[in-house]
Design a protein. Structure first.
Length: 130
């Protein structure tokens, strides 16, 4: 069963996304409320997948989800990261993809879109109909 680290500053969002991922057959092995904790937990837990909120409060050296993506990719170039964005964050999503994220999902979450992003990130499957 693939493992996941869910990163979002809002507990409610972590729980909602975590529930969707569990229904996809994934094991939530950790959660983080900011980018610095996400980087630290990634190094400790080495999950198969990370869902990373783009905008979170600054803690330590990590300013945002995009900086956390860069740090995780620097540690593990093969990391599989899905960005989580609010509507209207297109520029940040593009920057995150350039930093190494594999895909993105928007809030509010759509279960089929989350499923497609997970498949693309973990298995390279792409559903061009989405």
């Amino acid at each position: 069963m693939p493992t996941v680290l869910v990163v979002d500053d809002a507990v409610f969002m972590r729980r909602m996304l975590g529930d969707m991922l569990k229904r996809e057959g994934l094991d939530i092995i950790g959660e983080a409320e900011n980018g610095q904790i996400a980087v630290d937990k990634y190094k400790e837990l080495k999950p198969d997948l990370v869902t990373m909120d783009i905008v979170m409060p600054k803690v330590g050296e990590v300013v945002s989800g995009i900086v956390a993506v860069r740090e995780i990719i620097k540690f593990d170039p093969n990391a599989k990261i899905i960005m989580v964005s609010s509507m209207g964050q297109v520029g940040l999503v593009i920057e995150a993809m350039q930093a190494g994220a594999k895909d993105f999902v928007s809030k509010p979450f759509n279960a089929s879109r989350v499923s497609a992003a997970v498949k693309k990130a973990l298995h390279g499957e792409d559903d061009s109909a989405l």
